[in-house]
Design a protein around this ligand. Structure first.
Ligand code: ZN
Length: 239
């Protein structure tokens, strides 16, 4: 309790403490409602409600107890600076011929955070081929839905500078956040026995085996190629 509060509590009943506190609450509430009426939080890409019922700013990674507090944060210096930085970076990353902006309908899903995941590196010694096995856990997946995945090329994504070395693998399932993995730009072996997905509805685990074609060994057919491709996994960027 602050000094001011302690003093106020020591005051006689009827001295105005209750009503002035009530006035402050009313004023805050009025401002909050006004902000909620004038600002549509569902259109704010950085506003997120987490599974604990708290609000998060995805831009600044800050936590807020209510919408009013979040809105106050969006008017603050830190958020404004981050917005400016993001805008500058987006402008710098804009491809030479920008793809037409498509308006995507915003689904009213309350996101509950990222799913758990496991990535296993695989190696086919006979072929000299590498692969990755992704297992994503979706224990709270929306009833009657299945997870999806897709590969996104480097120039399609807007989070990192373009590089032909990398592509991105995205997994989505409501109400989870979409997660993306940065994977090497190797050709995928689409043989159905090698490339497959599996959704286990009992354990709620989505698996994707992603095999890469073995790198070509120029002039020496039949021999497995060395060195192996570089494989690094970055923590999933937020999409
Ligand atoms: Zn912020």
């Amino acid at each position: 309790m602050s000094f001011l509060d302690a003093r106020e509590h020591g005051s006689k009943p009827g001295s105005g403490f209750v009503s002035s506190q009530q006035e402050a609450v009313d004023r805050r509430e009025r401002l909050r409602r006004l902000a909620l009426e004038t600002i549509d939080l569902s259109k704010d890409p950085y506003f997120m409600r987490n599974h604990l019922g708290q609000y998060e700013c995805r831009l600044c990674l800050t936590l807020h107890t209510n919408e009013g507090n979040y809105l106050a944060h969006t008017q603050g210096k830190r958020h404004q600076q981050n917005l400016a930085k993001r805008a500058a970076r987006d402008a710098a990353e804009q491809p030479v011929a920008p793809a037409p902006q498509r308006r995507v309908a915003i689904k009213k899903t309350v996101r509950i955070g990222r799913p758990g995941y496991r990535v296993t590196k695989q190696f086919d010694a006979d072929l000299g081929a590498r692969g990755l096995l992704f297992q994503i856990e979706y224990p709270e997946i929306e009833e009657g839905t299945k997870p999806r995945h897709r590969v996104m090329s480097s120039y399609e994504q807007r989070k990192e500078p373009w590089s032909k070395e990398w592509q991105y693998l995205l997994f989505a399932a409501e109400p989870y956040e979409v997660i993306g993995f940065k994977i090497p730009s190797l050709e995928v072996d689409k043989h159905p026995e090698k490339l497959f997905t599996h959704w286990d509805p009992d354990n709620k685990v989505y698996s994707l085996q992603l095999p890469f074609k073995p790198p070509a060994a120029p002039g020496r057919p039949g021999l497995p190629a060395v060195p192996p491709p570089q494989q690094q996994l970055a923590p999933p960027p937020r999409f």
